[in-house]
Design a binder for this molecule. Structure first.
Ligand SMILES: Nc1nc2c(ncn2[C@@H]2O[C@H](COP(=O)(O)OP(=O)(O)OP(=O)(O)O)[C@@H](O)[C@H]2O)c(=O)[nH]1
Length: 207
């Protein structure tokens, strides 16, 4: 099955106090690391979108990516740097914008503040999506590191029009398949960085 990729990166990072997408992990901005990893999971057939929030941010992130341009990773021109259509409305608006920009089908959706992806969990999520009619495949209580079908964009627009911004509330309105993470490595995929303390913890995980 052909799968596209989304990285949500348009947040305010107010709890962190600086842009989470540009935090350095192992010498590289976390956004670049995720572009590489999501790109690797979805393979060359999949399209990759970075939901940047605004056009200004889209240009900044593209510049950062061009400065690093890791070898063996798709080029900046092959990535969709997408601004939100519902500006300032949170991650659901980022998902909406990216799903509207990508070709039809499932999109694996990651966040720039969740640096540890799990290939095994992704593989099981993909298996659950194959041949199913699910709009979304996710872990219990976890809306990200999940698959969303492009048809969801219509429902998301309706919700955003009604000022519903809560990810879990949106999931309750969709047909979903649940995949339980198993083992330490799969659970680690949900470790996220909201505060400077979280960032320190992620760095120590990498050592
Ligand atoms: N495209 C887009 N992404 C967003 C938006 N808000 C949050 N995100 C992304 O969604 C993920 C989760 O974000 P949160 O931690 O809920 O919010 P945040 O704004 O990044 O951080 P805080 O300001 O501390 O709440 C991160 O990857 C954010 O970059 C938005 O309005 N648009």
């Amino acid at each position: 099955m052909n799968v596209n990729g989304i990285i949500l990166a348009g947040g305010h990072s107010s709890r962190m106090g600086r842009d989470k997408a540009l935090l350095e992990l192992a010498g590289r901005p976390v956004l670049v690391r995720l572009i590489e990893r999501v790109g690797h999971l979805i393979g060359n057939e999949g399209c990759l979108a970075v939901a940047c929030g605004s056009l200004e941010r889209a240009e900044r992130y593209k510049r950062v990516f061009l400065e690093v341009q890791p070898p063996g990773v798709r080029s900046a021109e092959d990535i969709l740097w997408v601004p939100d259509r519902y500006a300032g409305e949170g991650p659901l608006a980022g998902l909406h914008a990216a799903l509207c920009a990508l070709p039809e089908g499932y999109a694996f959706t990651a966040a720039c503040d969740m640096p540890f992806l799990s290939a095994s969990l992704y593989g099981r999520q993909l298996a659950a999506a194959a041949g199913s009619v699910a709009d979304a495949v996710h872990a219990p209580g976890q809306p990200l590191h999940a698959l969303y079908h492009s048809r969801v964009s219509i429902k998301l627009a309706e919700l955003l029009e009604r000022d519903e911004r809560r990810f879990m509330a949106a999931l309750r309105q969709l047909r979903t398949e649940m995949v339980e993470p198993c083992g330490e490595q799969e659970h680690r995929a949900f470790m996220n960085m909201n505060t400077p303390g979280d960032y320190e913890r992620v760095i120590s995980e990498l050592m």
